[in-house]
Design a protein around this ligand. Structure first.
Ligand code: ATP
Ligand code: MN
Length: 462
């Protein structure tokens, strides 16, 4: 039976005879005629130290040829370790080599590789400490997201990935088609989509929100957690073409309720990850950013500051900072502005509410001033926006006018409008970029390093 290294290190099962299976990280030979072999099986950051005595039958023929990357099965006795760095070790009785690894060809060597290089070997990078830790943190955060909403009675809804609507115009969309690109059928000078798979243009979704609203207006509280696609050609450290988004949608909820849910949610996920991923978080705190644990603990223990867009613009226009993009009422906040507010002014995450209606989506509820909408963005230091949300317009006639004003075609939104005709209620929700949240939690500076297989402009090799 295979034992996980995490359980051996955690439970310190001294005297037990156990079997582990994993990959060799290093081998060191001692002058006393035995070897230390460090094994990792992905269950935790720390390796298990195996002592391979020279008396093992395959010591000369195999053990002394073990290299980084080889896979092995080891059966042995757990014993207290004399060496530094671990409390227990495994004194091997048998070591079977399962798979060899030729050091002249294996591109993952003991030395520290750059993240750029590791992206070119995405099939091997999960075998490094950093990417193993990210995979475990990402897993824990996914579970935290589900348990937060499940504990509060939200239903997990699966919204479509292929969509016929061009949604909220949240970003450029990828087309989905089976038409022959070398010979696209034409009709009256246009592409004849009747000949396409769906008989109409289709795209990959940029957000599940509009469909989530359908379910919220029937079932109360719902959320989605799935992949989202944006064809924006922005090569930044915070944008992916394929990313995961969490989108709760709540009936009988206003903007204040939405902000309250978003901040409770963040605190829950941060608490969960600090509790469940201590070892990995200590690793990130040591090697990526020595402030992350302290920052997360501080966020958990205090309230989020809320500031209106108008107030944020006033602060920014009085700032002595030389911004690349000028700030004036009516312009969208750029990442540099968001970071300045969090890092220099409020020294922590903030919630910005009441944005001008011109720069926000058509579905956001218009405030009494008729100039701003009930929008909220959660901004955090170093990353900027991680959540964008709003109370939705629940008045049929105002919504119809907004759709027209924005130059959209009301017929495309007939069902969305109809939700405002039959039992309409105030409702609100938000979208959280999962990878940006992981960036914030781990201190990883590039979003390409917190998703297993990043999709970015010009890059689809894995
Ligand atoms: P930004 O202005 O930062 O590009 P946005 O305002 O276009 O983001 P929203 O449409 O509000 O983003 O999406 C909700 C959340 O999804 C954002 O707060 C962010 O966390 C995340 N997000 C948006 N676009 C991307 C992307 N291309 N890659 C990764 N996460 C993204
Ligand atoms: Mn946004």
């Amino acid at each position: 039976m295979r034992n996980k290294i995490s359980s051996i290190l955690f439970l310190e099962r001294i005297g037990d005879k156990l079997t582990v299976e994993g990959w060799v990280r290093t081998r060191r030979d001692s002058k006393g005629g035995f070897s230390f072999i460090e094994i990792n099986d992905g269950s935790c950051l720390q390796n298990l130290q195996v002592i391979a005595d020279g008396s093992l039958s395959n010591y000369q023929t195999e053990i002394l040829r073990l290299q980084t990357g080889c896979s092995v099965r080891v059966t042995g006795i757990v014993a207290p370790s004399q060496g530094k760095g671990q409390t227990v070790e495994l004194q091997a009785e048998f070591i079977d080599v399962i798979g060899w690894s030729d050091p002249d060809q294996y591109s993952l060597q003991k030395k520290r590789h750059s993240f750029e290089f590791l992206r070119t070997i995405a099939h091997l990078r999960p075998r490094t400490n950093t990417f193993g830790a990210i995979a475990r943190v990402r897993n824990a955060m996914s579970i935290a997201i589900h348990s937060f909403f499940q504990d509060r009675g939200f239903l997990y809804i699966h919204t479509p990935i292929i969509t016929g609507s061009d949604c909220e115009g949240a970003g450029e969309m990828f087309k989905v088609t089976t038409l022959d690109l070398a010979q696209v059928p034409q009709k009256d000078g246009h592409i004849d989509f009747e000949k396409d798979f769906f008989g109409a243009p289709a795209h990959l979704t940029v957000s599940g929100q509009l469909e989530a609203e359908i379910y919220a207006l029937a079932l109360g509280d719902v959320y989605t957690f799935g992949p989202t696609f944006r064809a924006e050609n922005s090569n930044t450290s915070r944008h992916l073409a394929e990313f995961w988004m969490v989108e709760p949608e709540m009936a009988f909820c206003d903007l204040e309720g939405d902000v309250g849910m978003a901040t409770a949610f963040l605190k829950y996920v941060f608490t969960y990850v600090l509790e469940h991923c201590r070892e990995d978080m200590a690793f990130f705190n040591r090697f990526m950013d020595s402030t992350i644990i302290e920052t997360l603990e501080r966020i958990i223990s205090k309230d989020f500051e809320t500031v209106s867009y108008g107030e944020a613009v006033r602060i920014l226009s009085e700032a002595k900072e030389g911004f690349e993009f000028p700030v004036a009422w009516g312009t969208d906040l750029q990442s540099e502005h968001e970071r300045y507010l969090c890092e220099k002014v409020f020294k922590g995450p903030i919630v910005v509410i009441d944005y001008p209606k011109e720069i926000k989506a058509f579905y956001m509820k218009v405030n009494q001033d008729n100039k701003t909408v009930r929008a909220m963005d959660v901004l955090v230091p170093k990353v900027g926006e991680i959540i964008g949300g709003s109370q939705r317009e629940d008045d049929h006639d105002i919504l119809l006018q907004r759709i027209k004003d924005m130059g959209l075609e009301p017929d495309n939104y007939w069902w969305y409008l109809e939700l405002r005709k039959f039992g309409s209620v105030p409702h609100a929700g938000f979208g959280l970029g999962f990878e940006r949240l992981i960036q914030f939690v781990t201190g990883m500076t590039n979003i390409r390093d917190v998703i297993p297989f990043p999709r970015t402009p010009g890059n689809i090799s894995f």
